[in-house]
Design a protein around this ligand. Structure first.
Ligand code: MEV
Length: 282
């Protein structure tokens, strides 16, 4: 038997970490995503392969953990499970949640919402639910924990001018960073309040450049924006644009994916290229 399922990644425009404490956030599904194919052959073993990617035991083990959690709801999976992805992995675009949803849909069927969410709780502890909700719904949303996701239109002042920049993989997982931020909630009240106000400022049609600048400074105050990313965003701002990390960011290594907004994409591309960072459209 052969089953195929897929899921997009996501791009958070506003609300990182503040969403964990109940504030609203905005996100949209990414063009990139993951596709999972399972060929069950009636044998006794399972092979997990990642199409077009070098072997990586940690990544295969992560997929296997999700399969094993699915098996608590169905018969053992025997055969070959193939993961194809054009999503930047571990860089704040929801690759682990996309994999949870794609594997669960592939092995448990399209209506596996509750089971998939339980698996997400297991593999991404401490999450706000935003990544899961936007990827599951596959549409731009305003998310606030405990409330129904609200479909939104992303303002054209962002959509038409945004570029994504890959600043490299952070040294920490999102779950590790969320745990670290949670442990400092009291001392981070001010930046968390600033970030928590940004979703509704964008929806109220405030200039997104001003909102992104405030959001970015608050992310710096949380401690999740590496210095070279701070220096890049300063260069974008000096040219009249704005930029912020999308997703959890990082303490060591890269900052993951940055979303930059400027009318002149050639300028953003040049600033990124000078640092050896690839760019791609929203
Ligand atoms: C990750 O995309 C966004 C965070 O706020 C974590 C979460 O909301 O679960 C950092």
């Amino acid at each position: 038997m052969r089953n195929v399922a897929s899921a997009s990644g996501k791009i958070v425009l506003a609300g990182e970490y503040a969403m964990v404490f109940g504030s609203p956030g905005l996100a949209l599904p990414s063009k990139q995503g993951v596709r999972v194919t399972c060929n069950e052959d009636g044998g006794r073993t399972l092979t997990i392969q990642r199409e077009g990617a070098e072997q990586d035991t940690q990544k295969e083990q992560f997929a296997l953990t999700i399969v094993r959690l699915c098996e608590e709801k169905r018969k053992p999976v025997c055969g070959t499970l193939t993961v194809e992805s054009d999503l930047p992995l571990g860089k704040g675009m929801g690759s682990s949640t996309a994999l949870v949803i794609a594997i669960a849909r592939c092995l448990l069927g399209e209506k596996c919402l509750d089971d998939a969410l339980a698996i997400e709780d297991h593999v991404n502890p401490g999450h706000s639910g935003m990544d899961f909700t936007v990827i599951w719904n596959a549409q731009p949303i305003r998310y606030e924990r405990g409330k129904p996701a609200q479909p939104i239109q992303i303002p054209r002042t962002i959509l038409d001018r945004a570029l994504l920049i890959d600043t490299g993989a952070p040294g920490e997982t999102t779950a590790e960073l969320v745990k670290w931020v949670r442990s400092r909630e009291a001392e981070l009240k001010k930046p968390l309040t600033t970030i928590g106000s940004c979703a509704d400022r964008i929806l109220a049609k405030e200039n997104p450049l001003a909102v992104f600048r405030d959001h970015h400074r608050a992310q710096i105050a949380l401690g999740v924006v590496p210095e070279n990313v701070q220096e890049f965003v300063a260069a974008v701002e000096a040219q009249g644009g704005a930029a912020k990390i999308t997703g959890a960011g990082g303490r060591s290594g890269g900052g993951g994916i940055v979303i930059a907004v400027h009318d002149d994409h050639a300028l953003l591309e040049r600033l990124a290229e000078e640092r050896g960072w690839p760019t791609f459209p929203l």
